[in-house]
Design a protein around this ligand. Sequence first.
Ligand code: PMP
Length: 379
Amino acid sequence: TPMLPGSTPVPPRLLRALSEPLLNQRGSSFKALIDDVTDGVKYAYQTNNDVLILPSSGTGGMEAAIVNFLSPGDKVLALSIGAFGDRFATIAQTHGCIVDKVDFPWGAAVDLQVVRERLAADVHKEYKAILVTHNETATGVCNDLQGLGQVRGDHPALILVDSVSALGVMEVKTDEWGLDVIVTAAQKGFLIPPGVCFVSVSPRAWAAYERSTSPKFYWDLGSAKKFLEKGQTPVTPAIPQLAGLREALKLFQEKGLDHIFAKQIYLRDITRAGVKALGLKPLADDAVASAAVTAVWAPAGIEARAINRKMREDYNVVLAGGQKKLENKIFRIGHLGYVQHLDILATIGALEMTLKELGVPIELGSGVKAAQNVIMSRK
Ligand code: PMP
């Protein structure tokens, strides 16, 4: 059982769509497909802005956000709460931006008061963009994008969001919250295999695109928009992914976004109740806890690597490990996408046996019981 924060397991219904015969990418059926999925993705983004679908993993979308809306020498405020926040800042730096990076402790969310102060101190309005991670997959912490939109207020900086592990999992009101560019990828909340990413573009962001001098060809979103207007893409599209995506978006429409977000919170709460009852500590406090992934400190004296190995080898449950400075210190239980409540019960049950065998003094059944209580209380 993979319990990873992406790529998500793929529902069988989507696998069938993924294996449909390829369409002619310059034909009318493809036009219908790209129009359909673009509308569906906009629904998931809760936006009327343009959304472009690119053949790439999420990181490509992040690079597209930088090269389309910024120029070398532009000053940006990069807010990092972990490995993916660092990555966004590095991409901006790579493309010649002057990056003012604010690092928050790994396991905490962005402190909006700090952002407020930085923007207030920027009297000449030099910041062209604020870079932020929606859900920091490395730590299981979620940032308050609505709050960030309010703090930005009428400062001209664009808000560029890495929502790779959050869109389709946690609520994002793109337009209402004033988020200019949001990047996500298909292999997380959108339930299909990796290979496509999405980038939304607000009218303000398009104005910045017109000013941008960064070199771009593959990532040129203006070109993607022109082709989309005739139902095509500038380069060969990832046709099977788009067919799978159409089915995934039908599923979204059938279930409704609210249902999906509520289910993800439910899975998060089951997971957190289970690990906490075992005396383990999640990195994230309840108030900022991710609905996509729960990162947990390994108990004192135990290597996280040993927990993950035993989980995999003895119980066939695949967890994620810690990245960068959290390597071997934490393990991460992914619960986004195609995951059910009983997958989590099984994971907690296996975790109990694993910890016990590693000599951690826990009582078998205590985590499972706490998880069951959450399930029963919400029937
Ligand atoms: N940002 C976040 C928050 C992510 O979780 C990931 C993938 N784990 C990425 C960016 C990078 O996406 P990809 O691996 O698809 O390039």
